[in-house]
Design a binder for this molecule. Structure first.
Ligand SMILES: C[S@@+](CC[C@H](N)C(=O)[O-])C[C@H]1O[C@@H](n2cnc3c(N)ncnc32)[C@H](O)[C@@H]1O
Length: 236
């Protein structure tokens, strides 16, 4: 978390950072890049302060996931864990109709930038939702936002404790359509933080299911993406 002076300094520079961030986004939109190019830019757009867009993802892993999601031709994407909007930028280029991205923390005007992520001509509307994904009231708000539309792709990248990731899965997976995808970040065994426990949940969840793992290197510390396909026969 930034300290008092860092926050003050960011606040004072926010108008400049905002202007620059929108310029960089417009530049990205004008380049009409292939998916790989969008993913690279999502990892580090180049903007700063409250408007910094970036993602702590491994390029090969998130590119592989983005290709899987693209193949789904998703109409609706739901993400738990917006952070600096890196992955939201990718999903906003892939969702035809709606992207809902959720986070505990409100980052001042950052939501305005995230809502502008879809490329020109896209029909995708972005909802930036602030709140605790584990609260029943928040789940209800997400349901309302979906307005009965099934989710094609759910990205669970919020609370990384085992209980937290399990709860996100149990609460939000029923919103995903049969044949849709659910992805989890940080599934490798060796994790840099003791609170990163997604790997334990993933090990229990994946046996007997249709899954894929995107792991850049077998002995890496942290990262790794697990993807599960919701069975076609699943009742919603
Ligand atoms: C690893 S970051 C997400 C990174 C982002 N998906 C990306 O790769 O660009 C995790 C985010 O989840 C948020 N988060 C943690 N617990 C949450 C909860 N219970 N509800 C909503 N958001 C949560 C944190 O505030 C943090 O911004």
């Amino acid at each position: 978390m930034p300290g008092f002076f860092q926050t003050l300094s960011r606040d004072l520079r926010a108008p400049f950072h905002r202007k620059r961030a929108f310029e960089l986004l417009n530049q990205l939109h004008s380049e009409n890049l292939p998916l790989e190019g969008i993913v690279e830019r999502a990892i580090k757009l180049g903007s700063n302060g409250w408007y910094r867009v970036r993602s702590l993802q491994v390029l090969s892993e998130i590119t592989a996931l983005a290709r899987e999601v693209e193949a789904l031709k998703p109409k609706v994407i739901l993400e738990i864990g917006t952070a600096r909007g890196g992955t939201s930028l990718i999903w906003a280029h892939l969702a035809e109709k709606k992207l809902i991205t959720c986070d505990l923390l409100d980052k001042k005007g950052f939501g305005d930038l995230v809502r502008a992520f879809p490329p020109p001509g896209s029909q995708c509307e972005v909802s930036v939702m602030i709140g605790d994904s584990h609260s029943g009231a928040f789940l209800e708000r997400v349901r309302k936002e979906l307005n009965g539309e099934p989710v094609d792709f759910l990205f669970i990248d919020g609370d990384h404790t085992e209980a937290g990731v399990r709860q996100d899965y149990e609460d939000y997976s029923p919103l995903v359509r049969p044949g849709g995808l659910i992805a989890f970040h940080d599934i490798v065994d060796d994790q840099p933080l003791p609170t990163n426990e997604v790997q334990h949940f993933w090990k229990k969840l994946s046996p007997g299911q249709e899954t894929k793992e995107f792991i850049d290197s077998p002995d890496q510390c942290g990262f790794g993406i697990g993807v599960l396909r919701v069975p076609e026969t699943a009742a919603n």
